[in-house]
Design a protein around this ligand. Structure first.
Ligand code: BTN
Length: 331
């Protein structure tokens, strides 16, 4: 993939948040003034809010605290040896990256492969959506976990992944954070984080799950209008600065714990905790199926395989697919 290294170098120069003269930048980068404006344009393509004052003074709105392997490892201490961690400035999609490695059988063995990026050119969400997040505005990573189970036994996996995220973010006093079945992480009803899981492998196992996670930390003003749902980020819902490197390290450890327990005990082990995080428990909802049909019911917990249980006019039923939306709160 084409990555404009000069644009990234310009970003490093601008990352102090100070005003920079375009002509001085041109000297530093040994290029013309026109090239500087082209590079600024390139940075805007990465959804970095670059401000150009009077055609000559340039600065960026929100300096980036880059992901840093040493810091992430520091927050994981000796446990970091469990992971093979790779950080990129730009990739198409961290999920694609690991899926390609899986296909080519080039993944490391004995450790858990993890790939993170500051920016994705083709970030993917669920239901064929695009995942939009500006350069350094969030945490975007994927890990590949090998299960001895069959792919068909992993239906609760996306739900337990949500539990790992909730456990970590709640420790940062993120208020009103909860999960909307199956795995939308919401804060005040706005999307804060998402999970995209893609399973590959043999019918009888083992199976490989590429678990992709995106968490919004500090969305740039230019990216917000491009997102087709109500979004929020950690800077909006918490009072202080939250360190991405620290959250990343802690989340990797929590994922490791949760996935081990999931492999051993199954989803039933997490059911009670998951229900405690569910924003729609006890609410009257519509569940819209992929074919457009809708069923209405009151959310009444979750089944052992992660299916949502609804009290419908035809009795209690569980469903594995669909998108829920709230009608009213019942109790
Ligand atoms: C959703 O639609 O809620 C899921 C979003 C998942 C986004 C993450 S970002 C890292 C990983 N790479 C991708 O292309 N998608 C996931």
């Amino acid at each position: 993939m084409y990555v404009n290294l000069r644009a990234l170098y310009l970003l490093v120069l601008l990352n102090d948040g100070m005003h920079h003269s375009a002509s001085v930048l041109a000297k530093q980068l040994k290029c013309s003034l026109t090239s500087i404006y082209f590079l600024v344009y390139q940075l805007k393509n990465y959804s970095i809010d670059v401000v150009n004052i009077d055609g000559n003074i340039i600065r960026i709105n929100k300096p980036i605290a880059w992901l840093n392997t040493e810091l992430i490892i520091k927050y994981m201490s000796v446990e970091s040896k469990k992971f093979d961690l790779r950080l990129f400035d730009i990739v198409d999609s961290t999920n694609n990256y690991l899926l390609n490695q899986l296909k080519r059988k080039t993944l490391t063995k004995g450790t858990v492969p993890v790939v993170a990026a500051e920016f994705q050119t083709s970030g993917r969400g669920r239901e064929g959506r695009i995942w939009q997040c500006g350069f350094g505005n969030g945490l975007m990573f994927s890990m590949c976990w090998r299960f001895y189970k069959r792919g068909s036994d992993l239906s609760g996996l996306s739900l337990v992944t949500g539990i790992a995220i909730l456990r970590v973010l709640r420790a940062y006093s993120v208020q009103n954070i909860n999960i909307k079945w199956p795995n939308d992480i919401l804060c005040n009803n706005h999307k804060l984080a998402g999970i995209l899981i893609e399973i590959r492998g043999e019918i009888c196992g083992p199976s490989y799950a590429v678990i992709g996670i995106g968490i919004n930390f500090n969305l740039s003003e230019s990216i917000k209008p491009l997102i087709d749902q109500k979004v929020t980020d950690l800077s909006e819902v918490t009072s202080g600065f939250i360190d991405r490197n620290r959250v990343f390290g802690e989340l990797l450890l929590e994922l490791h714990n949760v996935l081990k327990d999931f492999e051993y005990y199954g989803f039933a082990y997490f059911k009670k905790e998951w229900i405690s995080y569910h924003s729609y428990e006890g609410c009257k909802v519509d569940l819209v199926f992929p074919n457009g049909l809708t069923i209405t019911g009151i959310v009444d917990g979750i089944a052992d395989d992660g299916a949502i249980c609804l009290l419908t006019s035809g009795g209690k039923k569980s469903f594995n697919v669909g998108i829920i939306s709230m009608r009213s709160r019942v109790y």
